[in-house]
Design a protein around this ligand. Structure first.
Ligand code: SAM
Ligand code: SF4
Ligand code: F3S
Length: 446
């Protein structure tokens, strides 16, 4: 009998990539993906620990599953991801409904752990950092992701230890996958129909792989991907300003497929706060990168992450952040109030008054949204290049993205999926553009 597996994924794109790879792996032991969790024989929660009450959210989700399966045979319940890594044994003790806890660097053991659980009914905690084995194992299993735009993790972990962040503790030290292993996976994705590759890493631009005295960097990978005629677009995320090296900046001069959107988290516009955060870069250095890229191509836009209300953030510091936002006019950004994370340096610092942080968050989000809305509005009655990803649920409209990652919803037939088309924008909202196909990008104009 075919067994069914359901994975609920929280957190960043790297978790999404991992969940897809888990699906690929468990196929080997007879598990098939299901979209209905109530049908699952194996229920996996792939968790995120970055903010808020991450741990409590997990117990809440498990409670829901428990309730649903009250009168049914219980599935194997697995907690994976960053909360699993941070909490490990504790979870098995606190919630007996959980059978296996597995950290992000132990997914090469997932099949054996599940099989062992079936045989011995013994609870497992697999939370060792073994990134090399993980990727060696995964590279032997074909990546079956069949999306037009696919994620591909090339780097994991972080050695930077920003004082607010759990990632170095949950994902372990920086590791870069072998160059040839990545290219092999690119070929698999191309065979599945991928047209856009989004290279992933917690510090993707720190990618560095050495072989025979030669160092391969992110810039080398991008230029290698560029050679595949099937690949139309290349993106990478998330970057650290400290690793925006000259070779990477210069790729923007050479590459035709690298998209003109740079997601470069700055966190704060105040040098004082950046220092307290242990960010290892200044605003002046950030602005230098911005200027260099704009000089190379004025069409390049920036998006960013902001932490509001970091301990000791004063009105002046917040104004510095607003000044930076007004200066750069980020197109699409994430902003959150600082959330103290257990085990990090900033865990026990005195917090900025909550109502003040909330008020600041509202102000910055309003400003960021204004830029987003006006950028989208400026595209009305213009023609944009869109990579068509799929058909909308209504089976009438198509969905795709502009070069700057903005969602576009438009009329058109499914024969356009996977192609770059030119869409005439008729209206816009904060997050999306709407219009109709003008013509296929490669079609000759009469
Ligand atoms: N490596 C990336 C960098 O250096 O900016 C960021 C990766 S982190 C997974 C994604 C974002 O989560 C960060 O850019 C930061 O804005 C946010 N974040 C991390 N820890 C946080 C915390 N304790 N409170 C609020 N936001 C946090
Ligand atoms: Fe977290 Fe800083 Fe590492 Fe980014 S660079 S993952 S924010 S510790
Ligand atoms: Fe969350 Fe872990 Fe990603 S904490 S943001 S899932 S690296």
């Amino acid at each position: 009998m075919v067994k069914k597996i359901f994975i609920k994924t929280f957190g960043c794109q790297m978790n999404e990539y991992d969940s897809n790879r888990i699906y690929d792996s468990v196929k080997k032991i007879g598990f098939e993906k299901t979209d209905k969790y109530e049908d699952a024989n194996c229920y996996i929660l792939n968790t995120c620990h970055i903010r808020d009450k991450a741990k409590e959210k997990v117990y809440h989700e498990i409670g829901r599953v428990k309730k649903k399966f009250r009168f049914q045979k219980k599935p194997i319940v697995i907690v994976a991801g960053c909360v699993a890594q941070a909490e490990n044994q504790e979870m098995l003790k606190r919630e007996p409904y959980i059978d296996i806890v597995i950290g992000p660097q132990a997914y090469h053991k997932i099949n054996d752990t599940i099989l062992n659980y079936f045989k011995k009914k013994k609870k497992y905690d697999e939370t060792e950092f073994d990134t090399i084995s993980k990727f060696n194992y995964l590279s032997k299993i074909k990546n079956k992701d069949s999306k037009i735009s696919s994620f591909l993790t090339i780097q994991e972990g972080c050695d930077k230890f920003c004082h607010f962040c759990v990632v170095p503790y949950t994902r372990g030290p920086e590791y870069s996958r072998p160059f040839t292993q990545i290219i092999k996976e690119v070929v698999e994705l191309i065979q599945n129909g991928t047209k856009e590759i989004i290279l992933l890493g917690q510090n993707v631009n720190a990618y560095s792989y050495r072989e025979k005295n030669k160092e391969f960097r992110l810039s080398d990978l991008i230029l290698e991907l560029e050679k595949f005629s099937e690949i139309e677009r290349i993106r990478y995320t998330t970057s650290h300003p400290k690793d925006m090296t000259e070779d990477l900046l210069n790729v923007y001069k050479k590459s035709k497929k690298l998209m003109p959107l740079v997601h470069l988290p700055v966190q704060s516009g105040s040098n004082k706060i950046l220092k307290l955060m242990n960010r290892k870069h200044t605003i002046e250095e950030y602005l230098k990168i911005y200027k260099k890229l704009k000089d190379i191509n004025p069409n390049i836009e920036f998006s960013s992450d902001f932490i509001i209300g970091y301990p000791q953030e004063e009105e002046e510091d917040f104004k510095d952040t607003l000044r930076l936002v007004k200066n750069i006019k980020f197109v699409n950004s994430y902003s959150f109030i600082f959330s103290p994370r257990p085990g990090t340096v900033a865990a026990d610092l005195d917090l900025v008054d909550k109502s003040q942080s909330k008020a600041r968050l509202e102000i910055i989000q309003k400003l960021l949204f204004e830029y987003q809305i006006s950028k989208n509005k400026s595209l009305e009655q213009k023609i944009v290049n869109v990579l068509v990803e799929n058909q909308m649920k209504d089976k009438v409209k198509l969905f795709g993205r502009t070069e700057h990652m903005t969602s576009v919803i438009f009329d058109g037939g499914i024969e356009n999926i996977g192609k770059i088309v030119q869409v005439e924008i008729s209206s816009s909202s904060q997050n999306s553009l709407f219009g109709k196909i003008k013509r296929n990008y490669n079609q000759k104009v009469a």
